[in-house]
Design a binder for this molecule. Structure first.
Ligand code: ZN
Length: 193
């Protein structure tokens, strides 16, 4: 079952994972939308729904290990791992470089599924794929909830993204929302609470 896009967007709006208005992003760009995936994953039924889609897609891929880039991917990765009955770990940055810490192990030849919440540039997932290769493990798939790459990111394995959400951004000087007279708010600021 593929979840309909409009239904997914409605879940994101309801849980305030997706905000619509006029925002200044951390990059300094302006956008009519702001998305924070963690907001939807605080509800077990939605976590279960999204993780279930990913787990089902890789049900016959003989996944032995699920790994996620910290922090965003950990929650969904853990649920996918539970559903697949696979050992589940996460990678995190150490001096800027993606690494396995906490004595986590990846075995040679092990079939690995990389799970992430949101992919924008694909950098974190690519770095985790690099770890899989470095350890001589086998990349069996990549699963994530939201693809915000506007179609620019492709991984060299069986891939599932549940929702493709195009990102609209403007340079401050060119922002039509500013030109219309509204003022951008910074997400996470008090104005939004
Ligand atoms: Zn603006």
């Amino acid at each position: 079952m593929k979840l309909p896009k409009e239904e997914l967007l409605e879940i994101f709006r309801q849980t305030k994972a997706l905000l619509e208005g006029h925002f200044e992003l951390t990059s300094g760009l302006h956008s009519p939308q702001y998305f924070q995936c963690a907001k939807v994953l605080q509800f077990p039924k939605y976590l279960h729904l999204f993780a279930g889609e990913i787990a089902k897609h890789f049900e016959y891929s003989e996944i032995e290990l699920v790994i996620s880039p910290a922090i965003g991917g950990i929650v969904v990765g853990t649920e996918v791992g539970r559903m697949l009955g696979a050992r589940t770990i996460f990678a995190e940055r150490e001096n800027g470089k993606m690494a396995l810490r906490r004595d986590f192990e990846m075995k040679k030849g092990e079939r690995v599924l990389v799970v992430e919440d949101v992919v924008t540039t694909g950098g974190s997932v690519e770095d985790v794929i690099g770890l899989v290769k470095d350890h001589g493990a086998r990349l069996a798939g990549v699963g994530y909830i939201v693809d915000r790459s506007n179609g620019s990111v492709k991984f060299e394995a069986k891939t599932l993204s549940i929702l493709q959400m195009d990102v609209v951004t403007y340079k401050k000087e060119e922002c039509p929302l500013c030109k219309a007279g509204s003022k951008a708010v910074k997400p996470g600021s008090r104005a939004l609470q």
